[in-house]
Ligand binder design. Structure first.
Ligand SMILES: Cc1cc2nc3c(=O)[nH]c(=O)nc-3n(C[C@H](O)[C@H](O)[C@H](O)COP(=O)(O)OP(=O)(O)OC[C@H]3O[C@@H](n4cnc5c(N)ncnc54)[C@H](O)[C@@H]3O)c2cc1C
Length: 375
């Protein structure tokens, strides 16, 4: 009943496929806290438009030697608070006759030829399919695979006077020291006196907790020019960025969310991929009577691009700030955002590649192509 479970349930609830069925949703957590905030971009109104907390049409990009205020059109950068999402979804699902929400510990899953089973608090339930978003064990990363961690600490800060322009976010600011690896800060102004400031790293290991606090306070002092502020809320998170291939299904058990490989390896963004995956699953249920949408080879090229960027960052073939600076300096944001959404055309991808130093990317590309055949 986390992000992916609720997303899939909401997409099912909007489909005639759900009529007359019995769909059980289970989570150990009651989801009554604002345990995370999702940011993402999309064009037009999305499936969760009613609960978008804030949106920005313009955002700054900063790196050593380059700064620019970017017009994100046709995209808007949006923020959805976890608590709003959980409440909104549960309100819809509890009013729908096909859904039952239950709290409990999922102990195991299994699949047989005609049905799939789930064991919850010692009781076995059977159904046609199980949709699973639980990572029971961390993935075992093979030697030819790469895993970086996206780890971040965020503060919501408040000031006594108007200090923020709530129309302009900061998408990435690479000016802080890069000693630990790729390090950037993003800033989401929530009102003229309130902003979320997030200190983010893409590195192999976590840091000690003081380093995140120092990174945040140094950034707020040096780049936002603030000394007088109050920390109203804190958040800490870790998103694995890996080219490990998560199994998409085991028999009648279909994996969804991060457990189903929906986290984009090179960016950590997951929210929109979860929504698109949910829509494809429901389309498959409606059209074919089963939920197993397939991913064609041609789409698989995005996995390769992710591996190449991970390779560059992990082996520090180029510095992360440099790669992102060249991308943002030489391309309109819509091309970059479309690429990060796995939606670009091949000519657009060639343009993006042409804006980067080609030799390191070609070498990394060849290496990762060979690694794909080992997997
Ligand atoms: C702090 C944070 C901020 C993030 N921000 C963004 C963002 O801005 N944009 C973005 O695109 N992505 C973001 N992500 C990444 C991703 O979108 C989220 O992790 C998202 O919640 C993943 O959805 P999920 O359904 O796979 O996992 P979850 O939402 O974590 O859902 C898994 C659910 O399984 C339940 N569970 C686990 N084990 C059991 C068990 N044994 N029995 C019963 N229930 C169980 C958990 O309680 C949980 O509710 C963020 C991640 C974190 C951690």
């Amino acid at each position: 009943m986390g992000c992916a479970g609720l997303s899939l349930a909401i997409h099912m609830a909007r489909s005639p496929w759900a009529e007359g069925r019995r769909i059980l949703i289970v989570d150990r957590d009651r989801k009554d806290r604002n345990d995370r905030t999702w940011c993402f971009w999309e064009t037009g109104a999305g499936p969760f438009e009613d609960i978008v907390h804030r949106r920005w049409e313009k955002a700054w990009f900063h790196a050593p030697g380059y700064s620019g205020l970017k017009d994100l059109a046709p995209y808007a950068y949006k923020m959805v608070r976890g608590i709003d999402y959980y409440r909104h979804c549960m309100q819809i699902l509890s009013a729908h006759p096909s859904f039952e929400i239950r709290h409990g510990e999922v102990e195991s899953l299994s699949s047989e030829s005609e049905n799939a089973s789930v064991r919850i608090d010692g009781i076995e339930y059977k159904g046609h399919y199980v949709f699973n978003s639980i990572l029971f064990e961390p993935p075992v990363i093979a030697t030819h695979e790469i895993q970086l961690l996206q780890h971040f600490k965020g503060w919501v800060i408040e000031t006594e006077t108007d200090r923020f322009d709530s129309r302009e976010a900061t998408l990435m600011d690479f000016r802080p020291p890069q000693d630990h690896g790729t390090t950037f800060v993003y800033v989401m102004p929530l009102s003229p006196r309130r902003a979320l400031v997030e200190y983010t790293l893409f590195t192999p290991a976590l840091l000690d907790s003081n380093t995140y606090d120092k990174g945040l306070s140094d950034y707020i002092d040096n780049h936002m020019g603030l000394t007088d502020y109050r920390v109203a809320e804190e958040e800490f998170g870790v998103i694995p960025m890996t080219n490990h291939r998560f199994p998409s299904r085991e028999g009648r058990v279909l994996h969804i969310g991060t457990a189903g490989g929906q986290t984009k390896a090179s960016s950590g963004y997951t929210f929109r991929f979860i929504q698109k995956h949910s829509a494809r699953i429901v389309a498959s249920l409606e059209a074919k009577g089963h939920p197993f949408d397939t991913k064609g080879f041609w789409k698989g090229r995005y996995d390769w691009y992710d591996s190449v960027l991970l390779h560059i960052l992990h082996h520090r073939k180029l510095e992360g700030w440099f790669v992102f600076r060249e991308l943002f300096r030489n391309n309109p944001p819509r091309r970059i955002l479309k690429f990060l959404d796995n939606e670009t055309t091949f000519p657009e991808e060639v343009r993006l590649l042409n804006s980067l130093p080609q030799w390191p990317f070609m070498k990394a590309g060849l290496r990762e192509l060979m690694n794909r055949f080992k997997g």
